[in-house]
Design a protein around this ligand. Structure first.
Ligand code: AMP
Ligand code: ZN
Length: 113
């Protein structure tokens, strides 16, 4: 099992887990770029956004819902936040296991890249 996020799911690499259920895990990003920087991932290995199938759409909706709940829990629901999914090399995806960044707690730049 070479995927770093699958190893986090399996508990083989430590992480600061903030939420989990049967399908989804959320944990703190190891190199946060803001006071809130979490990752929300499917427990099942899906390499990237481009590998999603129609059957995965409820899972994606579930992940967005969890992100919103975590934003409320982190106290940034009112001030605002950003959900980011990098996809592929030119999209800036470094870890090849689908993940959603939840970033907030400061005024983020207007640029998206
Ligand atoms: P991306 O560039 O979208 O693939 O983002 C990958 C993210 O995973 C980066 O923000 C990293 O800081 C984060 N990351 C990498 N390894 C770990 C880890 N072991 N625990 C938590 N976050 C990690
Ligand atoms: Zn994986």
């Amino acid at each position: 099992m070479s995927c770093i996020f699958c190893q986090i799911v399996a508990g083989k690499i430590p992480s600061e887990i903030l939420y989990q259920d049967e399908e989804v895990l959320a944990f703190s990003d190891i190199h946060p770029i803001a006071s809130t920087h979490l990752l929300i991932i499917p427990k099942r290995h899906i390499p990237s956004l481009t590998h999603l199938s129609e059957e995965d759409l409820p899972l994606m909706g579930h992940m967005v819902n969890i992100a919103n709940q975590l934003a409320r829990r982190e106290g940034i629901a009112e001030s605002g936040y950003r959900l980011v999914i990098n996809c592929g090399k030119q999209g800036g995806q470094l870890v090849p296991h689908l993940h959603m960044h939840l970033i907030g707690g400061r005024r983020l730049t207007d640029e998206l890249g």
